[in-house]
Design a protein around this ligand. Structure first.
Ligand code: HEM
Length: 149
């Protein structure tokens, strides 16, 4: 009733109300560019390459754009799955999670997103480790359990 958007149940967090943050990301166009560079970094990074060097990268990028756009109150509606179910078939550990966050910071730096706005978004993403980290052991992008031939 007060005009506050209702967060999507799959978003994993609440949205950022301050509209200057979305502007600092260059709007949706800016997010598309950031995710393009982010994916390049993820594939160049040996810690994350096994997860992203596959045919799903375009889909994942598109989902990330919608998710970040909605979190930044950019008028998008994230259509993807929740964080727990979309990462449940992998073994993501703390190292892999931190590597992804580092690479995302590099991508945001490259696009001159002010540090304060980077941190506002990162504060929303950081608690998602609870749903995304699936192991305290070795990381692996192999489906669990293995798919029978
Ligand atoms: C805060 C951190 C993260 C966010 C916000 C995030 C977000 C997302 C989103 C929105 C999707 C698409 C969901 C869907 O399928 O509908 C996805 C899928 C995926 N994510 Fe993440 N993710 C994060 C961390 C990670 C990490 C640390 C890894 C591995 C190192 C990872 C690997 C993947 C992979 C491989 C998929 C595709 C899964 C599939 O479709 O089979 N993600 N993620």
């Amino acid at each position: 009733a007060d005009g506050t958007p209702v967060p999507s149940p799959n978003l994993g967090t609440t949205i950022i109300q301050d509209p200057t943050v979305f502007k600092d990301f260059g709007g949706k166009e800016g997010l598309v560019k950031i995710m393009d560079d982010f994916m390049v970094l993820l594939i160049a990074d040996p810690r994350t390459k096994p997860f992203f060097d596959n045919e799903k990268q375009a889909f994942i990028k598109a989902m990330l754009v919608e998710q970040m756009c909605e979190i930044l109150n950019g008028g998008c509606k994230y259509p993807g799955r929740d964080m727990k179910s979309s990462h449940a078939t992998m073994r993501v550990n703390r190292e892999a999670f931190n590597a992804l966050v580092e690479d995302f910071q590099l991508a945001m730096d490259k696009h001159n997103v002010p540090f304060s706005s980077q941190n506002k978004l990162l504060a929303k993403l950081a608690p998602m480790y609870r749903d995304i980290e699936t192991t305290t052991g070795a990381a692996s992008a192999t489906l669990v359990p293995p798919v029978a031939k």
